[in-house]
Design a protein around this ligand. Structure first.
Ligand SMILES: [Zn+2]
Length: 133
């Protein structure tokens, strides 16, 4: 089964595959959906994961945020977005709770993502976002 990924987050596909190396066999992400800021899911949520059966998961990730100090709507960097993906993927083992084990798994997945991001030639958040503001 292929994962359906929003156009804005299509670049995450290799990261999803990399992250799946940390997840037990038999679990699958069926969908990754990009939320833009101000969606009907509320302002505080930055990402979410849903499952009915602890086998098939849907992940939602906000691509923008609203800083407290300004009215601007800004894009999250790839580092942020991959942190959110790592966080939600770590919930594929413990869906409900933010346990120390959940955080450790999130950190391991995120570290793998950062190695890959660096290998791709990513320089910095400043370098990435300068062009989009
Ligand atoms: Zn969480």
């Amino acid at each position: 089964m292929k994962t359906i990924i929003s156009r804005k987050l299509k670049w995450m596909k290799p990261y999803l595959e990399l992250g799946m190396g940390f997840i037990p066999e038999g679990k699958k992400v069926t969908r990754i959906t990009a939320w833009t800021f101000g969606g009907r899911y509320g302002k505080k949520e930055i990402a979410a994961i849903l499952t009915n059966d602890e086998k098939f998961y849907r992940i939602y990730i906000h691509t923008q945020y609203h800083p407290r100090t300004s009215k601007a709507v800004l894009n999250y960097s790839k580092i942020d977005l991959l942190q959110h993906l790592a966080h939600e993927m770590a919930h594929m083992i413990e869906i409900e709770a933010h346990t120390p084990d959940h955080s450790k798994l999130e950190a391991r997945i995120h570290a793998a993502f950062m190695s890959e991001l660096k290998r791709e030639g990513y320089i910095s958040e400043e370098d990435e976002l300068e062009f989009k503001k």
